[in-house]
Design a protein around this ligand. Structure first.
Ligand code: S3P
Length: 451
């Protein structure tokens, strides 16, 4: 099996090791942090809009804060009156200024790929960098369409960051068939399309999250969606607005699986985004027998939200329908944990995109599951998991937030403690995760802060 994962930085392991379980349950009510995808987009659109936008429910995680820092570095005034609120004075489509240093996007593929669409349309040059994980992620997927539009963008020889983006001369709209089901690539092309002449359109091979399209409309920028085809006219304007960002279903997913697999559990997750392009995790778990109900459905601006009630469930293994894979792409690691305790076999196919996330998530999950004695076999595009029991042991996270949180959930059913190494990256998407887990009834031990 090939894997893109390597481990470095051994000295940091111990301070960031969390020991979870064995056992525990989850009970009560919780509000998980704001949606990461929407948080990135809200900063980008509000910065380019005319006027003041107020954003609530913003994710105060490292990924989205790096996007805030990038737009501040380009001259946008962004105030943070409290942890989850932003007031952004937009500078208009052509009001950004050249930053004095490379823009650092940290761990965030979304931040880097989307901001590159904006930068491709600017009259100044920029360099965009990331951390060790982001520096290994493929950028050819955005460079190809941006070049077709006339942008001058280059990566390192291996197609990875840092990226250099030269001042735009004139971008031209393209009609782009996406080679893979990627909302990041779709969004990058649409963001560059705002600066292009004529029509820019994208055709998706399968539905992916449509937050960019919805948020463009919220900011008054017309976008047409016709089945798999999205199109827009270039050189329009964005108007400031007030946005309420719902809780992130990708973060809620850890607690949804937790309540499904733990004994005597019942949890209500409030105000979670349930955009139909994101709810694959609920559909998959319901197919497995998950006891999950949605209540109090309503709209937060252009995004539907609900409270999600989850109770202890008797899960069975399934062949996950491939059509649901792009709608649950970030939740598959924790779905693998559900599969590990389900009756029978769960098969995942069509998920090769997992190999190019913050880590190679197929390899990372298979390795961790096997370290805990689970019968899991990685395949090129997914995994086959025979449900049974989970043992204790040590798992590597490969510096990936979702791997760390998935194995924390696994500890609810492990027969001995699960030691999770390198948990720091949980801060990118779910600050306070371990504290919340402990408050809901999970068994969490962290070294003292000074360790
Ligand atoms: C995202 C799209 C997905 C997802 C990522 C966030 C977005 O990536 O994995 O966490 O906000 O557009 P791809 O579109 O590359 O699959």
């Amino acid at each position: 099996m090939t894997t893109g994962n390597t481990i470095t930085n051994t000295t940091a392991h111990e301070a960031n090791t969390v020991t979870a379980g064995p056992g525990g349950s989850v009970n009560g009510e919780a509000i998980v942090p704001g949606d990461k995808s929407l948080s990135h987009r809200s900063v980008m659109f509000a910065s380019l809009a005319q006027g003041r936008s107020n954003i609530s429910g913003f994710l105060a995680g490292e990924d989205s804060l790096n996007t805030v820092a990038a737009f501040r570095a380009m001259g946008v005034s962004i105030e943070r009156p409290d942890n989850t609120r932003l007031t952004i004075d937009g500078v208009g489509m052509h009001g950004l200024r050249a930053p004095s240093a490379p823009l650092y996007m940290g761990n965030a593929g979304t931040g880097m790929r989307l901001i590159s669409g904006v930068l491709a349309g600017q009259s100044f040059a920029t360099e965009v960098t990331g951390d060790e994980s982001l520096s290994k992620r493929p950028m050819g997927r955005i460079i190809d369409p941006l070049r077709q539009m006339g942008a001058s963008v280059s990566s390192q020889q291996n197609g990875c960051p840092p990226l250099s983006i030269e001042p735009a001369t004139a971008l031209t709209g393209i009609d782009y068939p996406l080679p893979m089901a990627s909302a990041q690539v779709k969004s990058c092309v649409l963001l560059a399309g705002m600066y292009a002449s004529g029509t820019t359109s994208v055709t998706e091979p399968a539905p992916t999250r449509d937050h960019t399209e919805r948020m463009l409309r919220t900011f008054g920028y017309p976008v047409e969606t016709n089945g798999a085809h999205v199109s827009m006219q270039g050189q329009g304007n964005l108007n400031a607005c007030d946005l309420e960002i719902p809780a992130d279903i990708s973060s809620a997913a850890f607690l949804i699986v937790a309540a499904c697999i733990a004994p005597d559990s019942s949890i209500v997750l409030k105000n979670v985004g349930i955009n139909p392009t994101r709810t694959g995790v609920i559909e998959i778990l319901q197919l497995m027998g998950g006891n999950i109900e949605l209540h109090n459905r309503r709209d937060a601006g252009a995004e539907p939200v609900a409270d999600i009630h989850v109770r202890t469930s008797h899960l069975k293994g399934i062949a996950i329908p491939e059509a649901l894979v792009p709608l649950a792409i970030d939740e598959l690691p924790v779905i693998f944990i559900a599969a590990a305790v389900a009756d029978g076999t769960t098969t995942v196919t069509g998920a090769e995109e997992l190999r190019v996330k913050e880590s190679d998530r197929i390899a990372a999950m298979a390795e961790g599951l096997m370290a805990l004695g689970v019968d899991a076999v990685a395949t090129p595009d997914g995994m086959v998991i025979n449900g049974g029991s989970i043992g204790g042991g040590v798992v590597d996270t490969f510096f990936d937030h979702r791997i760390a949180m998935s194995f924390c959930v696994a500890s609810l059913r492990s027969t001995a403690p699960v030691q999770i190494r390198d948990t720091h990256h949980v801060e990118t998407s779910f600050p306070g995760f371990f504290e919340l887990c402990a408050s809901l009834g999970m068994v969490i031990n962290r070294p003292p802060a000074s360790a």
